[in-house]
Design a protein around this ligand. Structure first.
Ligand code: M6R
Length: 357
């Protein structure tokens, strides 16, 4: 039930720090190490390549999942849109593992791929918020995201939960393969949960930013590089689906290859700058759009922030910044939709789970 909250979406945004703490406790054993099914560990370490298959917001979590598994465990990963993969399969490696990532566990596009790869004799792991769902039952293994029921059509807490589980899975695989790593996901996720709370407690500020940037705009751009780029795709999807503002997530360096033609006086451009190695590059990209009249809203992270940044995230591990940077984007979308009089929890033309192809 949504209790005193006006919308499920706002309640679910607020629940995220608790969901992350819940995930920590579910995946922690009595020695504070990672607790994970031995068979899943084996399946991941046996694979010569992982194929992550998903749709919508879960696809965006899968893009971050790829970065985490490749960077932490050193296993090659491809992330694919389920509906594309089904009819246009790439050449597969010799020992692939398929990871299906789905909040509902019922998305038809994913089921099509699952049936196909099972027929070919490949192993499948489903990461879902609903164990017992179709994708969970039909896969060989399931990892639970423990986010609790997500009612709002716009996915929020399932997304951050999925990325947290990917971080844990990546480290578990790295340890199983004796890869040296200097990253404790359970400790770092606890820091993330605290950082998330700072934003869920700053609703008035987020509402003001939504008013300043989104109240009259027809369109909006989200720009970022590397991890931040994936979060930009998610920020744009969130804004589109509930506020109906046309929004695009863009790789900062790609803007000048065409899209910059759309920047006019007052066009909102939200920039993400949480990654140290591309910090100067994304700031350069922001200058380019500001020179063409854009209204900038820069979201950076403590450590490499700039005085004029609109939002500065508390410092969290660079692998986990998406879990925190998405919170202001979710809140800005929520308030933008609210001020435009949109039905936040049930946007037009959309269903919570897409069970037809
Ligand atoms: O249940 P799933 O995670 O498989 O759903 C996938 C998408 O339909 C879903 O993420 C959709 O994009 C959301 N409405 C986004 O907020």
């Amino acid at each position: 039930e949504k209790g005193t909250y006006p919308h499920y979406m706002l309640k679910e945004i607020d629940e995220q720090p608790f969901v992350i703490r819940n995930i920590i406790s579910k995946y922690q054993d009595e020695n504070d190490s990672i607790k994970l099914d031995e068979n899943i560990r084996q399946a991941v370490t046996d694979a010569d390549r992982i194929y992550i298959i998903a749709a919508g917001t879960s696809y965006h979590a899968g893009l971050v999942g790829k970065e985490l598994i490749e960077k932490i465990a050193g296993i090659p990963v491809e992330t694919h849109i389920a509906s594309e993969f089904l009819y246009n399969m790439p050449l597969l490696s010799k020992k692939p593992l398929f990871i299906f990532i789905s909040q509902s566990g019922e998305t038809a596009d994913l089921r099509g791929v699952l049936v196909n790869v099972k027929e070919q004799g490949f192993k499948a792991l489903t990461i879902t918020n609903v164990p017992g769902s179709t994708l969970s039952r039909e896969a060989d293994y399931t990892l639970h995201t423990y986010a609790g029921p997500e009612i709002a059509v716009a996915s929020t807490k399932a997304y951050t939960a999925q990325m947290a589980v990917f971080a844990i899975l990546a480290v578990d695989a790295a340890r199983a393969a004796n890869v040296e790593i200097d990253f404790d996901p359970l400790q770092e996720l606890a820091i993330v949960a605290n950082a998330m709370e700072i934003f869920t407690n700053k609703k008035e500020e987020m509402e003001q930013i939504a008013r300043d940037f989104m109240s009259v705009s027809r369109n909006a751009f989200f720009i970022g590089r590397s991890m931040d780029y994936h979060v930009c795709l998610e920020g744009a999807l969130k804004l589109k689906e509930i506020s109906y503002i046309q929004a695009e997530g863009f790789a900062g360096g790609e803007l000048k290859h065409g899209t910059i033609a759309l920047i006019e006086d007052g066009t909102p451009v939200i920039g993400l700058a949480t990654q140290k190695n591309v910090n100067l590059n994304i700031r350069g990209n922001m200058k380019e759009v500001v020179a063409r009249g854009a209204s900038p809203c820069m979201i950076s992270m403590e450590g490499w922030e700039d005085e004029e940044d609109t939002i500065v995230l508390p410092h969290v591990h660079e692998y986990l910044t998406p879990l925190v940077s998405v919170i202001p984007l979710q809140l800005i979308s929520y308030y933008a939709a609210l001020h435009r009089g949109c039905d936040v929890d049930k946007p037009r033309n959309l269903a919570k789970s897409v069970t037809v192809e």
